[in-house]
Design a protein around this ligand. Structure first.
Ligand SMILES: CC(C)(COP(=O)(O)OP(=O)(O)OC[C@H]1O[C@@H](n2cnc3c(N)ncnc32)[C@H](O)[C@@H]1OP(=O)(O)O)[C@@H](O)C(=O)NCCC(=O)NCCS
Length: 231
């Protein structure tokens, strides 16, 4: 098994112009149009809603990048860090709300522009887990990364025991490429599986059809954002 010291695992440099284009896209993106309606870049005013989502024991413990401890103060800093990353074209945090104004899902993108690669993390609120919403959201996120942002490769990590994510990524077509140790903000370690998906593989009709057949986009649309952008 390959041990990967730092991400992304595969590094194929893109041209300077392409790297710049990728950074600019991240700097300018506002929302994800397409399969997930009304998903937008997170704002500082989203702190209470995001704190409630992260604080749930079916969300926070699964994600190694979570702020520790999860409080409004640390989540505010998490959002602020992503806003700075967006200014630099290095990352972006998206949030979707349900009809009650609660955070229904989030996903954040880390961009390695020089390698034409990115990584995303995310979660759906516990009441919606295990019903196909996460699958649909992940599919939409992959489509956004390849079709809109336009990276060559997505690199993902999952905890060794995160069965749902492992099944999800495998079904979508991600390949396991090795193992790494992910570091949480508090310095503790989490062994992770490293996955990759190449755009040239994803764009093959067979893989796209297989991934979307297993997760109905129709179900995702009403499900993930269910209606409206956040306050
Ligand atoms: C991971 C997450 C996004 C998946 O979304 P979801 O809506 O719960 O999952 P889905 O219903 O789309 O199902 C995904 C897969 O897990 C399987 N699954 C669902 N619930 C399961 C359970 N309790 N046990 C085992 N497998 C399960 C599904 O059958 C599906 O596999 P398949 O495609 O082979 O049929 C969501 O569970 C979540 O937000 N978890 C907490 C945060 C997290 O782990 N984020 C990912 C970090 S890498």
């Amino acid at each position: 098994m390959r041990v990967i010291d730092s991400l992304p695992a595969t590094r194929v440099a893109v041209s300077g112009d392409e790297a710049q284009r990728l950074r600019r896209y991240v700097q300018q993106t506002e929302e994800i149009v397409g399969w997930i309606p009304d998903v937008r870049v997170a704002r500082l005013s989203d702190t209470p809603a995001l704190t409630r989502l992260f604080a749930d024991h079916d969300v926070g413990p699964w994600i190694y990048t979570m702020p520790q401890p999860i409080t409004e103060e640390t989540v505010r800093a998490f959002i602020l860090r992503h806003l700075h990353e967006r200014e630099e074209g290095a990352g972006v945090l998206f949030i979707a709300f349900d009809s009650e104004g609660e955070a229904a899902a989030y996903f954040d993108v880390e961009l390695w522009a020089e390698w034409g690669a990115c990584k995303f993390g995310g979660a759906v609120k516990p009441q919606r887990q295990g019903k196909g919403y996460g699958g649909a959201t992940t599919l939409a996120a992959v489509d956004w990364c390849f079709s809109r942002l336009g990276v060559e490769r997505i690199c993902e990590t999952t905890g060794l025991d995160n069965t749902r994510s492992i099944r999800l990524l495998s079904r979508i077509g991600f390949q396991e490429v090795g193992r790494t140790i992910s570091r949480r903000p508090d310095g503790t370690a989490r062994p992770s599986i490293v996955w990759e998906l190449e755009r040239r593989v994803w764009t093959t009709p067979r893989l796209r059809a297989r991934a979307s057949a297993a997760t109905s986009p129709d179900r995702s649309l009403s499900a993930v954002a269910e209606g409206r952008p956040g306050p």
